[in-house]
Design a protein. Structure first.
Length: 147
């Protein structure tokens, strides 16, 4: 069960509460409803279990409110998602660099390359083009074709 004191964000009861007469009580499992109320805590309903992605749950000091996200909040979420996708793409590309270097080294040494450079180039370009997709929540990631 959640509680709020002075409109604070709901949480579980602390281990120690201070009563109005100055005494303290410890061990939440032994607190009486009267002691909890005397210490200034109110019982709070659990927040809604599920809300759509287009809405946000807020604590209003005495109750939960669900409101529609503003256009700015929705846009910020999309921009953040694109930032995550670019970071993931950049990490994958950085992990691919050694294959390009190995190909160049093997070619210079006259060794048959381990990797197919055309496949590596195609994969790297597909990763670079990932941001041309329109929905950051449904990205189709390319796969490296070996051989």
């Amino acid at each position: 069960m959640l509680y709020s004191k002075d409109g604070s964000y709901p949480n579980y009861l602390p281990f120690r509460i201070k009563l109005s007469n100055g005494l303290t009580r410890t061990d939440p499992s032994s607190f009486t409803p009267e002691e909890i109320a005397d210490a200034g805590y109110i019982t709070v309903d659990d927040p809604p279990a599920s809300i759509p992605d287009t809405q946000i749950l807020e604590w209003a000091g005495s109750e939960w409110n669900v409101r529609d996200k503003t256009e700015q909040e929705l846009d910020n979420e999309v921009q953040h998602k694109w930032h995550e996708i670019r970071a993931q793409r950049d990490y994958i590309l950085s992990q691919l660099d050694w294959k390009f270097h190995r190909y160049q080294s093997q070619t210079r040494l006259g060794i048959t390359p381990t990797d197919n450079i055309a496949n590596l180039d195609t994969y790297a370009q597909a990763l670079r083009d990932i941001t041309l997709q329109t929905d950051p929540y449904n990205i189709v990631w390319p796969e490296l074709v070996l051989g």
